[in-house]
Design a protein around this ligand. Structure first.
Ligand code: NAP
Length: 287
């Protein structure tokens, strides 16, 4: 039976640490970290994420602003909001909730955010810094996975790591962080041949596919650490991950549940990045 990695508990622990650091930061510098969250349109899932981000800011003592813009918002309007927030001294992190409506150019928007305030770490400048292992911010979900491993006492060095998925948001940066921690990393995707065999070699298996029940018991080496990034709905509409939990849990050594595994860590890492950004600003240490 696997040990369940409790993302909720670890996340709460890290948020308490961030709240304490925010208190000390305020004492020392006389201001608090500030995060601006922008959402365009009214996708229900995105609205929930934005609300949760605002709540997390309140919890750790940050200043926050949220902008709920209509679906018809133009590129120029969004650009000028970003420009204003880039110049705003109270704001240390700017997050644009993705996906944006089709009429808007996502990469232009991401490029427009000042890299020093890019707490999602999606700006090509920050992506490049992650590649060379010299970064201020890490993308929140992969950073959350690394924090879960670290706080569960799982050492990545020398381990065979397999990441399923190669998106810019999860799979690719995940592979890079595991590599920076001295894992030996393989990335699988929809064109990978013999995926089951490759996954079965993993000491640490990270699933970020977006398909319910994708990882079955025959893809997991006994004793492997299994991290489930997926957020899906099963046939009954219930939230579930990419891993068939009931099949895999008896053979893994550690496993993250869905919900309550990687999910809660993502917003926590966003808080951490915003605090880091404010610290870099306060110490005039921005790149
Ligand atoms: P994505 O952009 O759709 O990427 C999915 C990846 O899975 C792609 O690289 C794709 O390969 C690969 N894939 C799809 N079918 C496959 C198959 N049959 N065999 C092997 N690989 C396959 O998704 P994402 O944004 O990375 O997100 C992945 C999952 O994580 C989703 O469920 C998402 O909701 C969840 N997520 C969770 C959090 C969190 O906070 N926990 C945050 C972000 C995302 P190709 O590149 O070849 O198409």
């Amino acid at each position: 039976m696997a040990e369940i990695i409790d993302g909720k508990a670890i996340s709460a622990q890290i948020r308490n640490e961030i709240a304490a650091q925010t208190g000390e930061f305020k004492e020392k510098y006389g201001f608090v970290p500030g995060l601006a969250v922008i959402i365009v349109g009214n996708d229900p899932a995105s609205c929930v994420y934005v609300r949760n981000k605002k709540r997390a800011c309140d919890e750790v003592g940050f200043y926050s602003e949220s902008y709920e813009l209509p679906e018809e918002t133009t590129q120029e309007e969004l650009n000028s909001l970003i420009d204003r927030l880039n110049a705003d001294e109270k704001i240390h992190g700017i997050l644009v909730q993705l996906p944006l409506p089709k009429a808007l150019n996502e990469s232009e928007i991401l490029l427009r955010i000042n890299p020093n305030k890019d707490v999602d770490a999606f700006h090509p400048y920050n992506v490049g810094k992650i590649m060379i292992g010299n970064y201020s911010f890490l993308p929140c979900t992969p950073a959350g996975v690394m924090a879960l491993l670290e706080r569960s006492g799982i050492d990545v060095a020398g381990k065979r790591c397999v990441v399923i998925g190669r998106s810019n948001i999860v799979g690719k940066p995940m592979a890079m962080l595991l590599l920076h921690s001295n894992g030996t990393v393989t990335v699988c995707h929809s064109k990978t041949e013999n995926i089951k065999e490759i996954c079965r070699e993993a000491d640490i298996l990270v699933a970020s596919v977006g398909k319910a029940g994708f990882v079955t018991a025959d893809m997991v080496k006994p004793g492997a650490v299994v991290i489930d990034v997926g957020i899906n709905r099963n046939a009954d509409g219930k939230l579930c991950g990419d891993v068939d939990f009931n099949q895999v849990e008896p053979i893994a050594s550690y496993i993250t549940p869905v919900p309550g595994g990687v999910g809660p860590m993502t917003i926590t890492m966003l808080m951490k990045n915003t605090l880091t950004s404010a610290m870099l600003k306060a110490t005039d240490n921005q790149s």
